[in-house]
Write a protein that binds this ligand. Structure first.
Ligand SMILES: C[S@@+](CC[C@H](N)C(=O)[O-])C[C@H]1O[C@@H](n2cnc3c(N)ncnc32)[C@H](O)[C@@H]1O
Length: 310
């Protein structure tokens, strides 16, 4: 299958899709730092594009002849962290739907924060996609049940032309682990710390985590331990000697390989790119379900080629 990544960021989703043997041929993104990072790590082109003006890119995207358009439109306007009123960035969800309905690939996969499922923007996007003939599967997946050592819940809307709604639910659920992936297990015991600090949104929540549990969500900002951290009754140990994770460690927890290049000299930029990304393992989990369903039910190009080559 041929894939195109919209709002690609540094490429967490692209990498996961590639690992599921989807041939990603092009990415679109408008943040220079993300474009630079993506360009260092992938051979196919990335184009600088403001997808709020999506009409400008429809021909180019169509020319790639994608079987699947995938991507995670920016999520700050729905996220737990941000202002809950929906703003301009939520409109990019609609841009994603407009692109899909115009290019009409066999498949689309859209990822976002779990809150987005009930947003007005997604409802509008869903209507566009339904009117274009997509059967839609909607699911919130926890990355720690999909092979990543991180409790990160993300909403996926997955569409297939002429399918029935919910067509992929069974396949997506059947391979979920019953046992959340811990940091220790994922790194086979070779992780530098036993406990680490993750700055809480407020001090009603604990801030110290053990590697014997999945990491909490890796966010786009990584604050050091503040002087005078008051502690929390649920912290598993005292703060003395406990540090925040490094940028590199956070990339590894997002399941980027250790040779993935973050070329910026700015720690803030790299943290943002890493925190924005879909964990590679989570993207791979979803893309594998898509690939398998495609091979079994959609009579794909690959199978045609296979038959011809016999
Ligand atoms: C949630 S991140 C995507 C992360 C990516 N899927 C990954 O796995 O690494 C959303 C991306 O959309 C980009 N973006 C925001 N507004 C955009 C726009 N108008 N046009 C294109 N890209 C935009 C941001 O720069 C950001 O990198």
């Amino acid at each position: 299958m041929i894939g195109v990544d919209l709002f690609s960021g540094c490429g967490g989703m692209s990498l996961g899709f590639q690992r599921a043997t989807i041939k990603v041929v092009k990415a679109y993104e408008f943040w220079d730092e993300a474009i630079k990072c993506y360009g260092e790590n992938f051979k196919h082109p990335i184009e600088k594009a403001d997808l709020s003006n999506y009409e400008l890119y429809l021909d180019d995207i169509s020319n790639s002849n994608p079987d699947v358009i995938f991507g995670g439109p920016p999520c700050q306007d729905f996220s737990h962290a941000g202002n809950r009123r929906e703003g301009n960035r939520a409109d990019l969800t609609k841009s994603f739907a407009e692109i899909v309905s115009s290019v009409r690939p066999q498949w689309y996969v859209m990822e976002n924060v779990d809150r987005s499922r009930n947003s007005l923007a997604y409802k509008g996007a869903r209507e566009i996609l339904k009117n274009s003939g997509y059967g839609i599967t909607e699911i919130v997946l926890d990355a720690s049940l999909c092979g990543a050592p991180q409790k990160r819940k993300r909403f996926f809307s997955i569409g297939l032309l002429d399918a029935f709604d919910g067509f992929l639910l069974h396949d997506l659920k059947k391979n979920l682990s019953n046992d959340p992936m811990t940091v220790r297990r994922f790194f086979n015991g070779s992780f530098d710390v036993e406990y680490y600090y993750r700055h809480p949104r407020n001090y009603n929540r604990r801030a110290i985590f053990s590697i014997d549990e999945p990491s909490p969500t890796i966010r786009g900002v990584n604050r050091p331990v503040p002087a005078g951290y008051p502690g929390h009754p649920n912290d598993p140990i005292e703060i003395v000697g406990v540090r925040e994770l490094s940028t590199f460690e956070r990339a590894l927890i997002q399941t980027f390989p250790d040779n993935f290049i973050f070329p910026s000299s700015s720690k803030t930029t790299n943290e943002q790119l890493i925190g924005n990304a879909v964990p590679v393992k989570l993207a791979e989990y979803v893309a594998k379900a898509v690939m398998k369903y495609n091979l079994a039910n959609v009579c794909p190009k690959e199978e045609d080629q296979l038959i011809q080559s016999l």
